[in-house]
Design a binder for this molecule. Structure first.
Ligand SMILES: *[C@@H]1O[C@H](CO)[C@@H](O)[C@H](O)[C@H]1NC(C)=O
Length: 424
């Protein structure tokens, strides 16, 4: 492997993990929790809006030309107008009429927490398990929005808690994601559903939901397909502000050294995506600061490649070796910080004793890597010069005005003054 390709391989490995992490946030749980919405629940659900005929007996709202007869019905359900709903039910409106998006009055009333309307619709034999075009049932809508009373009513009326929507979320997971612990307490669930809900709650950084779920029959070592098989602790560690969730999971006995398919431990997830207090919580929970992932990278290398200054600072503070070398490519954190181009992190490493003269498996120092233009396509010419200057590969006389401006824009004034004075 040549110098460029070695660096590139390491960079790609880290970025792939990073991109994978970003992607699942966007695409959501669809194929990740491997749950398919039940195909049987559509029966009886109206295929579209039920046309209402012009009738002198209809109340005024049903004749509103602008809204359309059906729209008045759905608007009343959303806005909580029980008078209008009762009036329209008396006039024979189909309680299961659906909008183009598949939502029924029951789903809408449940979503907005209109309990009296939910009661009226259920009494009028509205179908409790109908779902809209996103797969959301009334129970899912109410659970996601945290309407405890409505959830309770729907369950009594036979709502199916095992139904999942098109994103793969059950009512339990929807409540977990939104952090509604009181709703979680009402919802029954089989152990796999509970464990999935725990993953969802951890990913969403919902401490109260995590606390509620770990008291139930969950598997703390259940794997998240969205994190290449990380356990719930790894999922939680990747969340900035997730310290309390991490501590809660550690107290419950989650394995601090559990690895995913790429050998990433929770500390690697924290180093890349979390924050300093998540790192500290994991270290206090027994995580090893020099633990290696599948390609032999330490958490500090991962933090450097991601440009996560907060976690790098916490790791260095905990004694992380700033001159550790990756198992396969022998790169140091200084090699990896070239990937992120983060000057603050570079400065942190240098102040902490990082040695820029250490060579990787190809005999390249970080300065050599910077000279090989194509290895780090995202670094600007200015960034390259400033990095080389900071690491002692470039004299002050070769630094340009723009480089100095860049230095002042990135680092504290006193630190830049010191760097410039020291190298006159
Ligand atoms: C509720 O609907 C009725 C029609 O049934 C209407 O007269 C009334 O103004 C509505 N109330 C509100 C608060 O919109």
């Amino acid at each position: 492997m040549g110098g460029r390709s070695a660096i590139r391989a390491a960079v790609i490995a880290v970025l792939m993990a990073a991109l994978g992490h970003c992607r699942f946030r966007v695409t959501e749980a669809r194929n990740l929790f491997q749950q398919n919405p039940s195909a049987t629940l559509r029966e009886g659900l109206a295929a579209g809006p039920v046309p209402l005929e012009e009738d002198d007996d209809l109340p005024a709202v049903l004749k509103d030309e602008n809204l359309g007869a059906n729209e008045a019905w759905f608007t009343a359900a959303e806005s909580g107008n029980i008078t209008a709903i009762n009036s329209m039910l008396d006039n024979g409106v189909d309680p299961n009429a659906a909008r183009d998006d598949g939502s029924t009055a029951l789903i809408l009333a449940a979503r907005f927490g209109h309990k009296a309307i939910v009661v009226a619709l259920l009494e009028a034999s509205a179908q409790v398990n109908g779902y809209d075009n996103s797969g959301d049932t009334a129970l899912l809508a109410a659970s996601s929005a945290g309407h405890v009373d409505v959830v309770s009513l729907l369950l009594q009326a036979g709502a199916d808690p095992s139904h999942s929507n098109d994103l793969g979320l059950t009512a339990l997971s929807a409540a977990a994601q939104a952090g509604h612990a009181a709703v979680l307490a009402l919802l029954p669930g089989q152990p796999p559903d509970l464990s999935v809900a725990l993953l969802v709650a951890a990913e969403a950084g919902q401490t109260a939901a995590v606390s509620a779920l770990i008291k139930r029959d969950v598997d703390l070592e259940m794997r998240s397909p969205r994190h290449s098989g990380a356990t719930v602790l790894g999922v939680a560690a990747a969340v900035p502000g997730g310290e309390e969730v991490v501590r809660e999971l550690l107290r419950a006995g989650a394995d601090v050294g559990a690895t995913n398919a790429d050998g990433w431990t929770p500390l690697h997830w924290a180093a890349a995506f979390g924050d300093g207090s998540v790192v500290e919580a994991l270290l206090e929970g027994g995580a090893q600061v020099e633990v290696r992932e599948g390609d032999g990278l330490t958490p500090l290398m991962v933090a450097a490649a991601r440009g996560n200054v907060a976690t790098a600072r916490a790791l260095v503070g905990a004694g992380a070796d700033v001159n550790a070398r990756s198992t396969e490519t022998l790169q140091t954190p200084l090699h990896f910080v070239l990937t992120s181009g983060n000057l603050k992190l570079l400065d942190l490493l240098l102040k902490s004793g990082a040695d820029p003269k250490i060579k990787d498996i190809n005999g390249d120092t970080p300065g050599d890597v910077l000279d090989k233009g194509t290895a780090l396509p995202d670094l600007s010419v200015t960034q390259r010069r400033v990095f080389k200057f900071m690491m002692g590969f470039l004299e002050l006389s070769d630094v340009k005005d723009g480089d100095i401006q860049y230095l002042y824009s990135q680092l504290p004034t006193a630190r830049v003054d010191q760097l410039l004075a020291g190298r006159g």
